[in-house]
Design a protein around this ligand. Structure first.
Ligand code: SF4
Ligand code: SF4
Length: 407
C-alpha cells in the first residue's frame, strides 16, 4: 500500500542515505543488539522498502521503528546529513495511520490528552505520590517501575499562567517562558531557578496563559494531529514575545522544528532558545555571577535532545563552572540514557540496559551530583542511581550558588 499520509518520509529524505554505515557505532540500539534492523541504516532501508512498495506497514515494520530511541545520535555523525529524526517521525505517523492498535490508541490518549491537560496530569501525579508513599512501586511490572520511582512529588507551581516576573537591574529584553507539561508539575524547582536567573540576566519573564504542552511526545509517537494542534496553539500563545525560553531539552528541540508542523512554525522556531543558551550568554557577559568557591565535582549527562538535536554542549558546562563546580565528563559519545520519552514503558529491556550503563558511568566518575537538562533523563537517572545521588538541572546549581552569595 505504501505511504498514506502527508507526513511520511519523503523520497529525498530516504535517498539522502548512501548506506555507508558510519552511523552504526553511534546508534545505541545497534550497539546493544548488533542487528542491522536496530540501526539507522536498517531503519532507513525498511522505510525505503515501504516507499517503493516492496514491504508493507505491518507488525515487523512497527517493531523496527518502535525500537528506535529517536535520540538522533546518528544525525550528528552522518556525512550525508540524513534528517533521520524527521524521517522517523514520518514513519511513526504512518504506523499510527495504518496500524491503529489498541495499544497505540491508549498511548495517544495518554500523550495527547493527559499531558496536554495540567489538571489531569496533576491528578495522575497525586495518585503516583500516594503510591510512592505506600511503596507500591515494588509490586508494579518492570515497565512501570522505573518511571514511577523517578517522579518527583508536586511542588508549588513556580510559573503561574499569566504572571510577569520583572527584570532585575538593567533590562535587556522580554522573554516568554514555556511551562510545559511534566516540567510544570514535577520540576517546578527548575522553573523557579530558570525564571530567577533570567530576571538576574535582565529579562522580563512572561508566562503566556494560553500556552500548552509543546507536542514533542505526540510527534515522536506519530500523532501528527495532536502535535500540529499543540504547535498551532503555542505559536499563537507566544505571538507577543520576541524570544521563547524552554528549560526542557526535549521540548526545546521539538519547538525548534515547529516548521514541520504548522504554518508560521519556522519563524517561531528561530525565536526559541534553551535556557542553557541564554544563561551561558549572561554568565559570559557578567550579568550573572557567583563567587569563586570550589563546590566539587558534577557528572555531566548530555540529554540527546540537547546534544544531538540542538547541538548544545558547551553551555551547561560553562554554567556549572560559573556556579563553582568542576564538570566531569562521563560519556564522550553522549549515548542515550534510555528514557527517550515513553521508551522506558514501551521497550523496557533496551531502556533498562541503557539506564544501567548510564548509572554505571556516573558511579565511575565518583561524583554524587549529576547535571542533566531534560526531565525524562533526570527521572531515568534518579531511578537507576537510587539514593545517595542528587540529579539536578545545571541552572538549579547556578541559582543555588547565586542565592548563597545573596545571604
Ligand atoms: S544514515 Fe548517514 S551515516 Fe548512516 S548509513 Fe545513511 S548516509 Fe551513512
Ligand atoms: S535515533 Fe538513535 S536509536 Fe534511532 S537510529 Fe538514530 S542513533 Fe539509533
Amino acid at each position: 500500500m505504501g505511504w498514506v499520509t502527508d507526513h511520511a518520509p519523503t523520497r529525498a529524505e530516504l535517498d539522502s542515505c548512501v548506506q555507508c554505515g558510519l552511523c552504526l557505532p553511534a546508534c545505541p540500539t545497534f550497539r546493544l543488539t548488533g542487528k542491522e534492523t536496530f540501526s539507522p541504516r536498517g531503519r532507513l532501508m525498511a522505510m525505503s522498502a515501504v516507499a517503493t512498495g516492496v514491504a508493507a506497514v505491518d507488525d515487523s515494520f512497527a517493531a523496527i521503528m518502535d525500537s528506535c530511541l529517536q535520540c538522533r545520535a546518528c544525525e550528528v555523525v552522518c556525512p550525508s546529513l540524513v534528517p533521520f529524526g524527521r524521517a522517523m517521525e514520518g514513519a511513526r505517523t504512518e504506523l499510527t495511520a495504518q496500524l491503529p492498535s489498541q495499544q497505540r490508541k491508549a498511548r495517544h490518549l495518554m500523550v495527547g490528552r493527559v499531558l496536554a491537560s495540567p489538571a489531569l496530569l496533576k491528578l495522575a501525579t497525586i495518585g503516583v505520590s500516594v503510591g510512592q508513599r505506600l511503596r507500591i512501586g515494588k509490586v508494579l511490572p518492570n515497565t512501570l517501575r522505573s518511571g514511577f520511582a523517578g517522579i518527583r512529588p508536586i511542588k508549588p507551581v513556580a510559573a503561574t499562567p499569566g504572571s510577569v516576573h520583572p527584570a532585575l537591574g538593567e533590562r535587556v529584553g522580554r522573554v516568554g517562558f514555556l511551562t510545559g507539561c511534566v516540567m510544570d508539575v514535577w520540576f517546578s524547582e527548575v522553573h523557579a531557578a530558570s525564571i530567577a536567573l533570567l530576571q538576574r540576566a535582565g529579562y522580563d519573564v512572561v508566562i503566556p496563559p494560553a500556552q500548552t504542552c509543546c507536542g514533542a511526545l505526540a510527534a515522536h509517537d506519530g500523532d501528527m494531529k495532536d502535535a500540529t494542534k499543540l504547535a498551532q496553539k503555542n505559536v499563537v500563545a507566544f505571538a507577543n514575545v520576541d524570544v521563547i525560553v524552554v528549560d526542557s531539552a526535549g521540548c526545546g528541540a521539538h519547538m525548534k522544528e515547529y516548521g514541520n508542523f504548522t504554518k508560521g512554525g519556522e519563524a517561531f522556531s528561530k525565536r526559541v532558545f534553551d535556557i542553557n543558551e541564554l544563561v551561558a550568554i549572561a554568565v559570559e557577559s557578567g550579568r550573572i555571577a557567583a563567587s569563586a568557591i570550589e563546590r566539587g565535582d558534577v557528572a555531566v549527562q548530555d540529554p540527546c535532545h540537547l546534544r544531538h538535536a540542538q547541538r548544545i554542549v558547551d553551555q551547561p558546562r560553562s554554567i556549572l563552572r560559573a556556579a563553582g563546580y568542576n564538570p566531569v565528563e562521563i560519556d564522550p559519545d553522549g549515548r542515550c540514557c534510555g528514557a527517550a520519552g515513553i521508551y522506558s514503558l514501551l521497550q523496557p529491556n533496551l531502556s533498562r540496559q541503557l539506564g544501567t550503563a548510564k548509572a554505571d558511568q556516573v558511579r565511575a566518575s565518583n561524583a554524587n551530583v549529576v547535571a542533566s537538562a531534560n526531565p525524562g533523563c533526570e527521572m531515568q537517572l534518579r531511578s537507576y542511581l537510587g539514593s545517595g545521588y542528587q540529579v539536578v538541572h545545571p541552572v538549579e546549581l547556578l541559582w543555588r550558588a547565586v542565592q548563597e552569595d545573596d545571604r
